[in-house]
Write a protein that binds this ligand. Sequence first.
Ligand SMILES: Cc1cc2nc3c(=O)[nH]c(=O)nc-3n(C[C@H](O)[C@H](O)[C@H](O)COP(=O)(O)OP(=O)(O)OC[C@H]3O[C@@H](n4cnc5c(N)ncnc54)[C@H](O)[C@@H]3O)c2cc1C
Length: 420
Amino acid sequence: MDEVRHLIVGAGISGLALAAWLRDRDYLILEADAQIGGYCKTVERDGFTWDYSGHFFHFKHPDIEAWLRARMPGQAVRTIAKKTFIRYGERMIDFPFQKNIHQLPQDEFIDCLYDLYFAAQEARPGGEDNFKAMLYSRFGRAIAEKFLIPYNEKLYACDLATLDRDAMGRFFPHAELSEIIRNMRVADNASYNATFTYPRGGAIQYVNALASEVDPGRIALEEPLIAIDLTRRIARTSRREIRFERLISSAPFPRLVSITGVTYDMAAFDWNKVLVFNLGFDRKGARDVHWVYYPDRTVSFYRIGYYDNIFDSDRLSLYVELGYPRHADVDVAAARARVLEDLRRVGVIDGHQLVAEHSVLMDPAYVHITRRSLAEHKRLSRVLQANGVYSIGRYGGWTYCSIEDNIVEARALAADFNSV
Ligand SMILES: Cc1cc2nc3c(=O)[nH]c(=O)nc-3n(C[C@H](O)[C@H](O)[C@H](O)COP(=O)(O)OP(=O)(O)OC[C@H]3O[C@@H](n4cnc5c(N)ncnc54)[C@H](O)[C@@H]3O)c2cc1C
């Protein structure tokens, strides 16, 4: 039987970052797919460069960004001041909606302001029990119902009352009444990602930077982990059995737990799927826009992004995202036809010829963070860790985070292992 001290599951950002910072060279990475990168892969087709879904970067740790850049020789990285909008009726409103209600038709602006004012006056403890209640309580009925609820329902594909108040953590753009009013005079739409960076060769460049510190001979592609015997610390893959001291997994948490034989509350874990279409056209579309949110329930997608305005290139290059409940049967051909029709209807394409395309279904995409999922994740993580199994990353941690968060987490865990 094979033996390894550190068995890492997944060659995405998290698994590669862990291996890159681990001092012990006795490790093996198992990857189910034929390529490294996980959700941070890039597709090149007919002169277009696309990620699995729009992946843009806003590093908070300069040392991590510098570490990655030092391992991307010759790779131009663009820094871009974000231009993002919401399509509301026939208008384009600056994002975030709640700070730009003065751009609405006057009667709707007054409704939003009135409800916002009284929501702030009437805010009461316990009024923010869940995500939906938080939206009503903080922003009032009009802002909640015109944008925040329809948009997030399209994205999460669930009843927002089932999500935790902090389901989006720091990714949710909060705003106080005073800030909203100040923004009407001097625009300050600063958010956690007011500027973003993007490598010429796409998001995979960051994956390649991490992989440059990993021994390629220690990555086993197309070898999924299929079972774990926790007490004997033996992993079974599609090809062999491997004895490990520690197993560090970035696979989706419910799937990891299900292959250990530990009993758990499956109903605690829910998520959405996101179908992404990457579409390349024969000529340029709108300029001065990077991505647009679509709260309108009659439009199939919730967001689109313009790669051509990030690369400053001369052919319209879009990503288009659609949210589905996890049990939905996704008819990709029907969705594609609907997307092209909706793009025409909202004026994104107008006689454009589609010349290249790619699609991918991300499953899971956004996990539904609830009190029950948080409690069950915490309980099960303790059981797994007591048997040398660690679950990390966006899906191993069952959370909402960026690739930088994944690197920070993996680096800290490697540092813990390095210190013993
Ligand atoms: C729609 C969308 C948009 C996003 N946009 C951004 C963005 O703009 N900026 C940003 O920073 N982040 C973004 N993210 C988040 C980012 O994609 C993730 O944080 C990151 O890719 C997660 O990396 P990971 O290694 O933790 O997980 P993954 O990328 O999921 O990697 C896990 C790996 O494990 C492998 N695996 C799974 N099960 C097994 C098994 N049993 N055996 C062996 N291998 C297995 C998988 O094949 C995969 O390669 C976005 C995510 C989504 C869904």
